[in-house]
Structures are given as structure tokens and as C-alpha cells.
Design a protein around this ligand. Sequence first.
Ligand code: HEC
Ligand code: HEC
Length: 190
Amino acid sequence: MNRIHKYIVFLLAFLLIANGVFYTAFAEEDDYEEKGHHQKRERKHSERNVKGNLIVVNNLTYKENCGACHFAYQPELLPSGSWDKILNNTEDHFGEAVEIDPGSKKIIAEYLKANAAEYSSAKLSAKIMKCIGKQIPQRITEIRYIRKNHHEISQDVIKRKAIGSLSNCSACHTTAEKGIYDDDNVIIPK
Ligand code: HEC
Ligand code: HEC
């Protein structure tokens, strides 16, 4: 009788402990899973960013010469054929004359062509390439995909002093220089 009693107590104790152990084990697993998901989500986000961002303009010759009158557009915004066209016609550059010495022009041409949209892994460049097909646009702002994203902005807004032109990407895209054109980072100046 005494032995059976002891046995029952032992069994109960065992069940309680086992239950406790299981309980904590599952709780930890839940915790772990939650962390795992979170990390995965974060990783996905940063991967998207890495692929989504354009490479920050890092060529000084380009930045100084081609960023003198307007935002220095990332080379990944146009295919190399477009950059060729632009560089071959600097004397009539959208109505203005762009003066660059031949040495700098060569450096700029190499930089733009090596980093042009067709060689980029950025999603935006892929969309641009897909959209233009065989066309060789002279402007980023004439690409249908870019136009489609801005067609809701009225001319009145674009003519605002702080903007002036749709070509002035960095007026509204606060992270344009970082190569981020996400609509989350747009602030249209008043
Ligand atoms: C003397 C001033 C000046 C310089 C220097 C200059 N640009 Fe421009 N660029 C302009 C003007 C003006 C426009 C037209 C902007 C507009 O329509 O609002 C333009 C437009 C552009 C556009 C089209 C933007 C769009 O609408 O998509 C590209 C691309 C461009 N320039 C590239 C270059 C490159 C590459 C260089 C260097 C070789 C350069 N620019 C140097 C004045 C300049
Ligand atoms: C007048 C302000 C303004 C200017 C200038 C402007 N954008 Fe935008 N852009 C916007 C707004 C607003 C949106 C968001 C549109 C929407 O979500 O419907 C946008 C969207 C975009 C998108 C799509 C973003 C996404 O998350 O899908 C790209 C790419 C883009 N712009 C690139 C450019 C480039 C390149 C230039 C310069 C050649 C430029 N934009 C000039 C206001 C501007």
C-alpha cells in the first residue's frame, strides 16, 4: 500500500515536471520561431533594398561636370545607348551647350556606359529596360514607366519654384542621391 502510494506521488511529480519541461520547451520554440520570422523579414527587407537601390554616384568627374546644372542622374537610369547619344551631342544638350574637355568626357563615357541600366541588377533598371524595348530615350522623364509614375502630378505643382521640372528628381525624392526612389521617401515641396 505504502509503495503504491509512493509510486503515485512519484508519477504525479514526474508528470508535473515533464509538463513543465515540455511547456518551456514549446515556449522557447515559439520564441525562436518568432525571432526567426523577424530576422527573415528583416533580411528580405534589406535584400530588397540592396537590389532596389541604385548605386550612389561615385565618379567625381561625372558629378562635377554633369551635376553642375542639375541632379547627377545615376547611370542606371538610362541604357548605354542613351548615354552615348547624350555625350555625342553636348553642344546642343536640351537647348544648352555643355562644355567638357575631351579627357573628362572619356572618363564620363566610360563610367556611364559601364554602369548603364542594362548592366544593373536594380529592379528599377530592369523595369526601365523592359519598358523601353528597342527605344533609345534621351530623357529619363520620357520613359513610359517613369511617366506613368508621375502622371498624377499636375503641371502647376511641377512649375513650383522649388521643383521647376520633372527632371529635378531630388526636389521631391528626398533620397534620390542615395539611389532610392521609393514612393515612401517622396515629399513634394510646397
Ligand atoms: C549647362 C548645364 C548642363 C550641364 C553641364 C549638363 N546638363 Fe544635362 N540637362 C541640362 C538641361 C537644361 C536639361 C533639361 C532639363 C529639363 O528639361 O528640365 C538637361 C537634361 C538632362 C537629362 C534628361 C533629364 C530628364 O528629363 O530625364 C540627362 C539624362 C542629362 N541632362 C544628362 C547630362 C549629362 C550626362 C551631363 C554631362 C555630360 C549633363 N547633363 C550636363 C543642362 C545641363
Ligand atoms: C514633383 C515631384 C517629383 C519629381 C520631380 C520626380 N518624382 Fe518620382 N515620384 C514622385 C511621386 C509623388 C511618386 C509616387 C507616385 C505614386 O506613388 O503614385 C514618384 C514615383 C517615382 C518612382 C516609382 C517609385 C515606386 O516606389 O514605385 C520612380 C522610380 C521615380 N519616381 C523616379 C523619379 C526620377 C528618376 C525622377 C527624376 C528624373 C523623378 N522621379 C522626379 C514625385 C516626383
